[in-house]
Design a protein around this ligand. Structure first.
Ligand code: AMP
Length: 266
């Protein structure tokens, strides 16, 4: 794996967190290989911070479920572990970004190529709201394969379950709606290898792209439970507590921060 940006094997501390940072909007990108837990982290962040979120994979799966033209095209690519074309993805996400009304938001799964990253930067600079933090999840490969074999999803909401550590309350059914869960067509060992390969080839170069722009921070761990408090601590440190869902205790772990300076966040 590429070791770029600041690495966290422990976690961050909130020593620099200041209430004066509370007005700062959170515009975050989550990066990580397939099965690294982007969906899980995104759900927790949405719940604990006042965040809107766009997941490109969820968006494509909803298009597939609804039988749209994009869905028909995307289904073929997803089933064989390939990427959907940059043009389609850029149009899809650009339209979706227009619907986000919240000040704070997070992208999961887009951009996934350098072309997409450039298009996103161009698009966001037009609105004067550039990304201000890129979070890279780094999880050992041997852990990931087992994880995706055990993964079930609720397509309409994007909720993710794992049979070993986050099972649904009733087998095969979504906890919130009671609707049926499904297995992703690309969650099998054979296709996973191809997805991992695509990720290395096309998405890992983004680590350098964002590292050069001083926006990248990497968190390492074997489980989402281990990684989440580190992300939370980092967001509190950078953006202050105002965006935090009041009434909850932060899950941050108190350890030395080794991070890009706060004034790089704007
Ligand atoms: P995910 O749910 O993020 O793992 O995405 C599932 C699949 O959707 C990927 O393996 C790709 O086939 C496709 N996909 C999602 N986002 C993108 C993107 N930004 N660019 C190209 N293909 C994508």
């Amino acid at each position: 794996m590429i070791g770029l940006g600041r690495q966290f094997h422990g976690s961050t501390c909130a020593k620099n967190a200041s209430p004066t940072m509370g007005n700062m909007a959170m515009r975050i990108l989550l990066l990580g290989s397939p099965g690294s837990g982007k969906g899980t982290q995104s759900s927790r962040l949405q719940k604990n911070f006042n965040l809107g979120a766009i997941s490109s994979g969820d968006l494509l799966r909803r298009n597939i479920a609804n039988g749209t033209e994009i869905g028909k095209f995307a289904a073929k690519e997803i089933e064989r572990g390939a990427y959907v074309s940059d043009n389609i993805m850029i149009e899809l996400i650009t339209n979706e970004l227009r619907t986000i009304k919240r000040k704070n938001w997070l992208l999961d799964g887009f951009p996934r190529t350098i072309n997409q990253a450039i298009a996103l930067d161009d698009n966001l600079s037009l609105t004067g709201q550039p990304l201000n933090l890129v979070i890279n999840l780094q999880v050992p490969e041997e852990v990931i394969l087992q994880r995706i074999m055990d993964r079930w999803v609720h397509v309409p909401s994007g909720r993710v379950y794992n049979l070993s550590y986050n099972p649904p309350k009733r087998p095969g059914l979504d906890d919130v709606t009671g609707e049926k869960l499904s297995k992703r067509t690309d969650d099998n060992a054979e296709i996973f290898k191809i997805r991992l390969q695509k990720h290395r080839e096309l998405t890992e170069p983004l680590l350098e792209y964002y590292s050069k722009r001083n926006m990248l921070v990497t968190f390492t761990g074997s489980t989402s439970d281990e990684i989440y408090p580190k992300i939370e601590g980092e967001l509190l440190r950078r953006f202050g507590v105002e965006n935090f869902n009041q009434g909850r205790r932060p899950e941050i772990v108190n350890e030395e921060a080794n991070n890009i300076p706060l004034n790089d966040v704007n």
